[in-house]
Design a protein around this ligand. Structure first.
Ligand SMILES: Nc1ncnc2c1ncn2[C@@H]1O[C@H](COP(=O)(O)OP(=O)(O)OP(=O)(O)O)[C@@H](O)[C@H]1O
Ligand SMILES: [Mg+2]
Length: 514
């Protein structure tokens, strides 16, 4: 076999944590090799070791037959190993050409840029991935999919033979994901090996030739993708069978709805009519720009209402800011937990109690430490956060645990309406099923829940009803038997055609009910 890059018996410790234990992985030429494993299982650590960012505590790295104890980043680049970072690390104000060529010039210490040479290098690199971008365009004006092509072409200009992509799709829309997966196919066809990491198993199965499974810092095994399916892979990752479960019915019917929105208008929201009963979980599904997040922000007082009405428990609610929203019993767990949701430099206790600080502080604003500890411990036990150390800073927690703490923070406020925006992005499959169970438990307590998600199986695991958003409006709702048939096919078509309009009538169940 054509062995390009090999990790043999690699170990890595961070203080007391053994992040990698005698790990073996081999990458052959022109394969797409996925790394799978729960949050914190060591995937990013092996990527960093093989790309020269981290030094291992033991083991050997072999590149094209030559053994190394460790690599520096510069050495790795010279050996044809590249990493496409999640933020792409491009220079927005520079041209496509300069972005592609600059690292190549720097790496080879070329002080003069020969325009013709730069042109050739850029064109060749782009041709290899079937991209056809204007070389003079400023990168900041490009679409996400094109930016990704620039970042990949830049790696190719440096002669990359192995390209690492660590969760490249977490911030992408489904169209952008499709485009990236096609680019990966082109890379493979041109002989480049791609190491791809994603918690979305459908993405993994759509590109992987082989899959290496990590569990708690060890490699469980490397498999042909064709030998596995989602269920088997989940079991290998977690060590047990993973069930996402099905929605339960806790709906308090015939009561006044907790939330009733009528013809709501706001920025990027044109006409949303939606009601949620106590104990009901309603999904919000739609394409990028369909107004789901903006609708959630409107309910939380962060996007000004310009028309229509919002009633909570049958009473008109004036929600001008988050304080009003919280006073009305509304809680929002935002999409980007890193930026908006958690205080990353505070520990778990402080985070889980943060939203009830007011309640447990004296009127001079002094936190009652004993109460804080009690609430923190209660939420963490309730949410099965898997950590022994309550004093850990949030940023050192794995993604799944961060998300559970964030849920806990809001659950502590006992909201009437809980809005979850993309609750499991970057969360491993085992933690996902736990979060779904938490959502079902919350609905059983009579909380009305809105869930924004791009993942069909996620919506189908928790929702009693799904509202489909198109261009700022709710155009249709799916419930009961309709949910069992699945609905994502309509989107994929609309998305591919670039129309951005869902042809609802094309969906069989909607024809019947129409
Ligand atoms: N710089 C660091 N300092 C201390 N511990 C670290 C550091 N980087 C990683 N770890 C720990 O090493 C372990 C492996 O982390 P790693 O980031 O490789 O996991 P991962 O599989 O990429 O997880 P995820 O799916 O959440 O990205 C975890 O326990 C993590 O907390
Ligand atoms: Mg990682």
């Amino acid at each position: 076999m054509n062995m390009r890059l090999q990790a043999t018996d690699i170990s890595k410790n961070f203080g007391g944590v053994q992040a990698l234990k005698h790990v073996n992985v081999d990458i052959v030429g022109g394969e797409v090799h996925c790394l799978a494993g729960e949050n914190g299982s060591g995937k990013s650590t092996i990527v960093k070791i093989l790309s020269g960012v981290l030094t291992p505590n033991g083991g050997v790295i072999t590149v094209d037959g030559t053994p190394y104890e460790s690599l520096t980043a510069r050495q790795a680049i010279g050996l044809g190993i590249a990493v496409i970072h999640q933020d792409l690390s491009l220079f927005g104000t520079m041209s496509v050409r300069d972005n592609i060529c600059l690292p190549e010039h720097v790496h080879h210490h070329r002080s003069l840029i020969n325009p013709q040479y730069a042109e050739d290098v850029s064109r060749k690199a782009m041709a290899r991935i079937g991209a056809d971008l204007d070389l003079d365009a400023r990168v900041e004006n490009l679409s996400m999919a094109s930016k990704q092509q620039v970042a990949i072409a830049r790696a190719l200009a440096l002669n990359a033979k192995v390209i690492f992509m660590d969760e490249p799709t977490t911030a992408l829309t489904s169209t952008e994901v499709d485009s990236l997966l096609r680019t990966i196919g082109a890379l493979k066809a041109s002989g480049v090996s791609v190491i791809f990491i994603s918690h979305k198993l459908d993405e993994v199965f759509s590109v992987a030739d082989r899959i290496t499974v990590f569990r708690s810092g060890e490699v469980i095994g490397t498999y042909q993708a064709s030998q596995l399916d989602s269920r088997k892979l989940s079991a290998l990752m977690t060590g047990h069978d993973v069930e996402f479960g099905v929605p339960e019915n806790h709906i308090v019917a015939d009561a006044t709805p907790v939330l009733e929105m009528k013809h709501v208008k706001a920025s990027k929201v044109s006409d949303v009519t939606l009601r949620v009963q106590a104990g009901e979980v309603v999904g919000m599904s739609g394409l990028l720009g369909s107004g789901r997040t903006e609708t959630a922000l409107t309910l939380f007082g962060l996007n000004a209402l310009t028309g229509g009405s919002i009633a909570i428990d049958g009473q008109p609610a004036a929600i001008r800011n988050p304080r009003d929203a919280i006073a009305n019993g509304i809680a929002l767990v935002p999409e980007d937990r890193h930026r908006e949701g958690l205080f990353l430099d505070r520990n778990l206790l402080q985070n889980s109690a943060a939203s009830v600080l007011e309640r447990i502080s004296s009127r001079f604003g002094v936190v009652n430490v004993k109460k804080e500890r009690q609430i923190g411990e209660d939420t963490l036990v309730n949410l099965q956060v898997n950590t022994r150390d309550l004093a850990l800073l949030a940023q050192s927690l794995s993604g799944g645990n961060q998300q559970k703490v964030l849920l806990g923070k809001w659950v502590a406020t006992a909201p009437k309406l809980l809005i979850l925006d993309s609750p499991t992005v970057g969360v491993d499959v085992g933690s996902k099923s736990q979060i779904y169970e938490i959502i079902r438990q919350l609905s059983s307590r009579g909380i009305a829940i809105l869930v924004i998600s791009d993942e069909e199986e996620e919506l189908l695991a928790v929702c009693n009803r799904i509202a489909i958003f198109v261009q700022g409006a709710v155009t249709t709702e799916l419930s009961g038997e309709q949910l069992k048939l699945g609905f994502s096919a309509i989107y994929r078509n609309a998305d591919r055609n670039g129309v951005g309009v869902v042809d609802v009538a094309a969906h069989p169940t909607n024809k019947e009910v129409a």
